[in-house]
Structure formats: structure tokens, C-alpha cells
Ligand binder design. Sequence first.
Ligand code: SF4
Length: 421
Amino acid sequence: MDIYQLLRSYLGSTLRQRAIRSPWTYRLLKQAVAAQKRHYPWQAAHRLLLNTIDQAAAAFLQKGPVIWHNVFFPTEVLYGLGTVPFAPEAAAVVATGLGIAERALQRAEGDWVSSEACSFHRLAHGCDREGYFPPPGAVVCSSHLCDTAPQSLAATAAYHGVPFYLLDVPHQQDDTALEYVARQLKSITFSLVETLNLAWDEDRFQAALVNSNAARERLLAINRLRQQRPACIRGEEAHSFIYLMLAGFGAATSVEVYGELLTELAQRYRDQRRAVPEEKARLVWLHLRPYYPNAIFQILEQEAGAVVVCEEMNYVYWEPLDPERPFYSLARKVLSHHGLGPITRRIEAILAMVDAYQAGGVIHFAHWGCRQSTAGLRMLQDALRERGIPFLNLEGDCVDQSKYAPGAVRTRLEGFLEMLL
Ligand code: SF4
């Protein structure tokens, strides 16, 4: 039984909103997941799932002040304050698995949320207004990369009548920008302390940065292993861990999960346990993937032996943080993102991934409504063509299954594979 079947069986069809707020739901769910441990091909994925259930329980049972954040806000701040972070974009993925996306998207449409907007946020809007998400105590959002999140999260904060804090990130990466972002981070942190009546604990705040550095080190080691041939983890499996990049940095539990994944992966490389029987090509995957059942990775990895060895979202783009200078180092992390500023920065980063992972092709999943990831693709395509690297821009939607056309997707993938193999 997969996790979504389990969740559906625990939440039921008519009692879902009430069940989400019952401690029994999480207790029973954890027991059921724990009992399935040996069926998980990666124990790190099992550990991640248990941790995510704990985190969901903390949010839905309001075990602490719940702070909504977008996926680019540095979560070290939220873990450092001892709050319960909640990322609506990540929760939208769970809603997709639970089969409530259609209803939530209809609700968003009924509330006049533009169908041009990113469906992660349309779905989050619908889930929230239908009562499927935990109400926030405050909302924080970073302005960099995603242009939908600031509008969407500001509207959510207004709907719930809670404070909204926007981290305004400029496109430059100079000292003035660094100072500007660091000051805002400090101001947001202490505003949250005051507004939510939190106890300021400097040691806990620094510990979140230490955890972040430890998670970063382990992820770097995982990525170095994945640069070896042949691959010992399929891209479809590695994608599950992107959740940590979007919502887990600063948490001690993320260090555990990456540590477990590193141990398992290193063992598989020692044993030469290949990800697929015959590795015929290596791919870099840009942006995210669809989260409803689909055949994309089956076609690429299992049928064609074209393994996704690197995900852009698992790329470590920042230097270690300095716990003694938390706001400056978090500001530096934010400003280091390769998607911020001129497109040449993202292109350079992607070319570096192609080289490091010895990739022969690149696939970009063009999620509907995401301007930050699709803008500038033509220049990326030109840069890859100059290097003779085949590129596929696969259009679709990460969470809206109604946009998935299996026949057309297979045709496009097979055309790409013909160029590649
Ligand atoms: S997919 Fe793009 S538009 Fe949507 S939340 Fe992510 S960054 Fe923002």
C-alpha cells in the first residue's frame, strides 16, 4: 500500500478535515508506516516520511506557533525560533496525492484566483479555504525567484488576519544587497519573537545554523557519490529528498535523513548495486517533477536506461553558514541562489552540473505558471546546443493531473531519447 492509500484510509472521505486535527490520525498513521519499514527500498525515505508525519502533526495539532513560509525563505530562522514551519507549496503535493486537488483547484477558481497563476499556489489557496491546512500564526515570504508566492501568501495572511513579513531580495549580489537582506532577516526574526510572544534563545538559533551546515555537508557528500558511474539511485527515488531543500534546512531531523541516505548510498556504491540494469545515459533534471501518478521516470529510467543523476533542486549553491553571524550568512545564502539575477548565473550552474555528473542530456519540466523557471530557457538551450547536449523542455503541471497527456508525454520523451541514445 502506498503512503497516499494509507493516508486516505486514515482520513476517510467525509471526515477529512476533522481527522486532520485528531492526534489519533497521526499516531495510527505512524504505526502503519513504521510497520512497513522493510518494504521501503531506502530507509532514509522511510525516516523522512516518519519525520514529515511528525511535522504535519505539529502543524495540524498546533503544537507551537505555525509559520507559513514559501520554499525560498531560509527556514533556519523558523527552526531557530522553535516554531512549526509549514510550506503550503510542499503541502500542495500531499494534497495531490490525497486526491483533493481537483476540489481545491475548483475552490480557487471560484474565488477568482487566476488560472494563469502557478497551480501550487492555486491548490494551496483552495486547500486552505476548504479547511485542509493548519491556520498560520504568521506568514513569511521571500521575494526572490517566485513571483506568485508574495501575492498568494500576502492574501493568505490577510484572510487569516495574521502578520505577513516579506523578505525583499534585490537582484544584485553586492555588499549593499547583503546588508539590506541581513537587516531584514534580523528585523523579521525579532518581529516574530515579539508578535508571537516567543522566547528568544540564541543557542537554539545558532543550533539551527549548525544543523543546516551539517545537512549541507551530507548532501554534498551524497551529490559527490552520485557523480560516479554507474548510478546507484534512480532520479525518481532521489526526487523525494528535495522536500528537505524546500522545507527542512535548520532541522536536526534533516541531518539524520541525509546521514542515513549517505550511508545507504555509499554501501550501494561499494556493492555496485546499480540503479538500473544497464545505464545508457545520464540526465540532469531541471525544476520539479509531476507528483501525481505518471510514467515519465518509468519511460526514462526503467525502459530506456536514461538515469536522472542530478536534480537542480538538490544542487548546493551556497557556502557554509557562520553561526556567529547568522543573519549575514543567511543573507549570503539567499543571494547565492543561481536562479537569482541574470540568466547567465543559472546557465553556468547548469553547465557545471552537466560536467560534474557527466550528463549527456538535460530535461526541464516546465510547470504551468512558473515564470522563474521557464524564463530564459531559449538561452539555456543555445548554451547546451553549443556543447552538443540534447535538451528537452517538457511542458506540464506538477500538481494538476488534468493537464497530463500520457500519449503526448511518451512521444516527446521517445523523441528526446532517440537523440540521446
Ligand atoms: S513552481 Fe514556480 S511559481 Fe510555483 S511556487 Fe514554485 S517557484 Fe513559485
